[in-house]
Design a protein around this ligand. Structure first.
Ligand SMILES: Nc1nc2c(c(=O)[nH]1)N[C@H]1C(S)=C(S)[C@@H](COP(=O)(O)OP(=O)(O)OC[C@H]3O[C@@H](n4cnc5c(=O)[nH]c(N)nc54)[C@H](O)[C@@H]3O)O[C@H]1N2
Ligand SMILES: Nc1nc2c(c(=O)[nH]1)N[C@H]1C(S)=C(S)[C@@H](COP(=O)(O)OP(=O)(O)OC[C@H]3O[C@@H](n4cnc5c(=O)[nH]c(N)nc54)[C@H](O)[C@@H]3O)O[C@H]1N2
Ligand code: SF4
Ligand SMILES: [Mo]
Length: 882
């Protein structure tokens, strides 16, 4: 790490779409990270992931040089190879035989250049993005209702609303700082209400005033029922409907027909009538209502219809674009919104202009001075990889996303990639699951090294600024793309020298969009790029300071109701696959874990892939809490640690999306997920796959902890968990083993016969084995094996690796796996910021009779920094009370 500055740099968090401002200070001891008190998204707060950013900057696993066929190459060789192969493929098979697959984790400038090269110069629209997996149902729903992809509201609306309805959003874990703002607003005015609609009782649901554990996929029915209820109870804003909307009668007709009565809705949604009635009454009575949604809505085969069902309720009540009232789609990735602005999806053009509008195409082509312009949509993500598998696409360039892990039916994606004649991967990391398929790997700059802009969920553009120098030969993505463009013969249009020049071009193009009556318009932006302060678009002559809220006061065409019919997910559970697999996120991991998975502080909360299931289902299936289960779908299989949870809806099982083959063996959720997509948006149904769950019965369970990374080709299940100064492996194996000592000593790297410092307990008849190796005063290695999953907790043992000298007491209890004194046993980490464990919390709550999270905070500091663990502390308090 070579510090280029010794001052504090104002930048933006690279994780979620909240888009928090970050102050990064490079010191000799590393990079200190703080929330930016002046940033309007977070006012100084950061969540557990944001505050651990300084711990994710190591270069250990980075890709630092271009590689061709896994061998280091020069930039010239690599770029010429990419340009040459793309040109050749296009000459032989036409522009639609190549594709880019990009990401909402690119900066706007990178994204802009990629889109320009593909749509304007290659002349195909085969550029799609991981936002297809994320926001595309919302984009499609917005376009149907507003004619443009617009988020009308802003974060402040959440604080001014009297009712916030969270649909399919685990905000507490996935947009934690925004959730903290929401909870603070409710504390300030306890009349405010939060309703959470989610099949699972999530941390978000725990904090809500009302939780509707909806039947998966039935949201359209619930919101059609709401529209019908609002009409029936005369709560509609007919003035607004008349003046600003069209299509009301048809939408209401369909709502009446499909959601005729409250009992019918409650039955269809699997909810208690009284709960549905309470939600409807609250919504009807509360003028200042914000409905906020994310992936429980989008990632569905009726995702676009779910979005429009929600929008219909807001249009019918005129609650849109007003302080404290409006529909609000949360974006996931740091620059999901920026990608939408540059037209990064295969069915968009650029700057909110339309691919299917010949005038728009002519304007963009003239602006780009490009030889051609794509005139029909390209392949959408899932379909794109199918086209690769079918040989229709023969060269693909993947940037800042890992489709081998994050696309549904991952096994099919992997076979498509291995059949593809030419795969280019731009990434910061060297050894991802995707890298194995790459013919050329291009090293990209990472967060902290690159410069550009991102746009958050409330349309706010912020700068990401570099505070570290470029490591190795890594380069910014925009530079890599522009160099390939130049080598393909398009140099004149790609001669950028800085992200500022690209941004200026993007701003100029947005002016054309503004003139075409698009709300997306940055033409009024006056500030110099380097000084850009967080600004909400549109920024134009009418709104030189930006626009917090988009008013719908006529002028830009009528808003449209869309008549939507409830549909069941396309793949229904059956006798062979009777449970519904739901997938999503956990609090402290980000996607495929390339950054968050490196930090012990963030892996401590939930270290392993798990399958959360209702205890009644679990017992019926002979599963045991803490043991392993095998999950099978029509597409593939996976292993996961069983977690019984009464908050899981019976008939469903939840598995996190994060684990890859690289950090687990058989922990990949998307090996199971069906590739069904929404017919309008093409977004995959990640939340609903029929599966079968059964006990997995290995011959042995175990874990190993070592100071260096180890390989376990002989374990059928393996999960890597980084610790402070050690690596831990959760293991299970199918082949019986007699020679545990030999195996352990080989893993520990010991070849002599000396048993100096070797502690061991073996009970071969029972299949139990435990050993530890102490060199001098320090523990170097430990292995625990048992025929059952019941092994000692790992946190205490792993903690010993952080010590330079073991105490006598620690030595004495090493093989017990437990400290002699219970006080030394923290248990699983709950508060990642201050490393406070579950057992410590329970003991303190119990001993001191604590009843509130505030008391816990005062006593143990837990929950007082980012607050992400407060919902969990509340659960512990409630359990202890019981
Ligand atoms: N910690 C963390 N935060 C993140 C990310 C991360 O990886 N880790 N990723 C970011 C990204 S890219 C995104 S897109 C967002 C996603 O943020 P969220 O959408 O909040 O996260 P998910 O866990 O994918 O899914 C949300 C919820 O949808 C529920 N759900 C499933 N089926 C249905 C249904 O039929 N109806 C309803 N109403 N709900 C349903 C699930 O049970 C789940 O709790 O998070 C962002 N923030
Ligand atoms: N089962 C299931 N699957 C899902 C989801 C789900 O809910 N369930 N959610 C979906 C959603 S919403 C999303 S957004 C996707 C996310 O899935 P992915 O986009 O595949 O996940 P990431 O781990 O964020 O991948 C980012 C990659 O880009 C690299 N990278 C980071 N920064 C840069 C950069 O600046 N330049 C370059 N070139 N590379 C960079 C990282 O090292 C990493 O390898 O997953 C989707 N998949
Ligand atoms: S909420 Fe957390 S992950 Fe999201 S932007 Fe803020 S600090 Fe980053
Ligand atoms: Mo996402």
């Amino acid at each position: 790490m070579s510090p280029i500055v010794q001052r504090t740099v104002r930048t933006t968090c690279p994780y979620c779409g909240v888009g928090c401002g970050v102050l990064a200070t490079v010191t000799d001891a590393g990079v200190a990270i703080q929330g930016d008190p002046d940033h309007p998204a977070n006012f100084g707060r950061l969540c557990s992931k944001g505050s651990a950013l300084g711990e994710t900057l190591s270069l250990d696993s980075r890709l630092l040089h271009p590689e061709i066929g896994g061998i280091r190459a020069s930039w010239d060789e690599a770029l010429d190879t990419v340009a040459g192969r793309f040109r050749e493929t296009i000459e032989r098979h036409g522009p639609d035989s190549v594709a880019f697959y990009v990401s909402g984790q690119l900066l706007t400038e990178d994204y802009y250049v990629a889109n320009k090269l593909m749509k304007g110069f290659i002349g195909s629209a085969n550029i799609d993005t991981n936002s297809r997996l994320c926001m595309s149902s919302t984009v499609a729903g917005h376009k149907r209702a507003f004619g443009e992809d617009l988020v009308p509201g802003c974060y402040e609306d959440l604080e001014r609303a009297d009712l916030v309805v969270l649909v399919g959003s685990n905000t507490a874990w996935c947009h934690p700082v925004l959730f903290q703002r929401l909870l603070a607003a409710r504390r300030a005015d306890p009349k405010r209400r939060i309703v959470c609609i989610d099949p699972r009782r999530t941390a978000t649901a725990e904090s809500a005033d009302l939780h509707l554990a909806i039947r998966p996929g039935s949201d359209v029915l619930l919101f059609n029922g709401l529209l019908h209820y609002l009409r029936h109870n005369d709560r509609l804003d007919f003035d607004f409907i008349e003046r600003h909307t069209e299509g009301y009668a048809a939408a209401l007709g369909t709502a009446r027909e499909t959601a005729p009565t409250l009992p019918a809705v409650a039955a269809g949604c699997g909810l208690a009538e009284s709960d549905v009635a309470q939600f409807y009454r609250l919504f009807a009575a509360t003028e200042r209502t914000v409905t906020l949604w994310s992936q429980g809505v989008n990632q569905s085969t009726s995702g676009t219809d779910k979005v429009n069902a929600i929008l219909n309720a807001h249009l019918a009540t005129g609650r849109i674009g007003k302080p404290g009232a409006g529909p609000f789609s949360l974006t996931g990735q740091p620059n999901a919104m920026g990608g939408r602005e540059v037209g990064g999806l295969a069915n968009q053009l650029a700057a909110h202009l339309d691919l299917d509008d010949p005038r728009h195409r002519r304007q963009v082509q003239a602006f780009w001075r490009s030889p051609r312009i794509a005139d029909r949509p390209g392949h959408l993500a899932v379909d794109l990889f199918r086209a690769i598998g079918e040989g229709k696409i023969r060269a693909v360039w993947i940037m800042a996303t890992n489709p081998a892990v994050s696309l549904p039916d991952a096994n099919a994606v992997r076979s498509a990639l291995s059949a593809c004649p030419f795969v280019v991967v731009s990434d910061c990391e060297r050894d991802t699951d995707l890298a194995r398929f790459a013919h050329v790997q291009l090293p990209a700059l990472a967060w902290g090294e690159k410069d550009g802009t991102v746009t958050n969920s409330e349309r706010r553009i912020s700068r990401q600024r570099a505070f570290l120098g470029a490591p190795g030969e890594a380069r910014p993505d925009w530079w890599i793309i522009a160099e390939v463009a130049r080598r393909m013969g398009f140099g004149a249009a790609f001669g950028y020298r800085s992200p500022a020049e690209i941004f200026a071009e993007h701003v100029a193009l947005s002016g054309i969009a503004g003139a075409e009556k698009r709300r997306f318009d940055l033409s009024g932006l006056q500030t110099a790029y380097d000084d850009l302060t967080p600004t909400q678009w549109p920024v134009n002559a009418g709104h030189p300071q930006g626009t917090p809220r988009l008013a719908f006061d006529g002028g830009s065409g009528k808003l449209k109701f869309v008549a939507v019919r409830p549909r069941l997910p396309v793949n229904a559970p059956d006798a062979d696959y009777p449970l519904i697999l739901n997938t999503g996120r956990i609090r402290d991991q980000w996607h495929t874990m390339t950054r968050t998975g490196k930090t012990p502080r963030l892996t401590a909360h939930i270290p392993e892939p798990f399958a959360e299931i209702h205890p009644a289902d679990g017992e019926r299936l002979a599963l045991a809490d803490g043991a392993l289960a095998r999950l099978d779908s029509r597409y593939g299989s996976a292993l996961a640690r069983v977690r019984f949870s009464a908050g899981q809806r019976p008939g469903t099982v939840f598995v996190p999306m994060h684990w890859s083959e690289g950090n687990s063996r058989q922990g990949l959720a998307n090996a199971l997920v069906n590739p069904a997509v929404d017919p309008v948006s093409g977004e995959p149904e990640f939340k609903h796959t029929p599966v079968r769950v059964a006990p997995y019965r290995p011959t042995w369970y175990g874990f190993a902890i070592a100071r260096r990374r180890l390989a376990f080709p002989d374990a059928a299940y393996r999960v890597l968990v980084p610790g402070g100064g050690c690596w831990r492996y959760e293991l299970a194996g199918e082949s019986p083993r007699e020679d545990w000592r030999q195996w352990a000593r080989q893993k520990a790297g010991l070849d002599g016969d000396s048993l100096d410092g070797w502690l061991e307990f073996a009970d071969p008849r029972a299949g139990r084995y435990r050993c530890a190796w102490i060199a001098g005063e320090r523990i170097e290695f430990a292995l625990f094996v048992s025929p059952s999953h019941e092994l000692p907790p790992r946190d205490w043992l792993a903690g010993l690796f952080a010590q330079d000298a073991l105490s006598d007491a620690a030595r004495a209890s090493l093989l017990a796996g437990r400290p002699l004194s219970a006080e030394d046993d923290q248990g699983r980490i709950v508060c990642a910021c201050f490393a406070v464990g579950e057992k410590t919390l329970r003991r303190a709550i119990d001993a001191e009779g604590m009843t509130t999270a505030e008391q816990v905070g005062t006593r143990l500091k837990a929950g007082t920094n980012c607050g992400s663990c407060v919902p969990e502390i509340r659960t512990l308090l409630a359990e202890t009370r019981r």
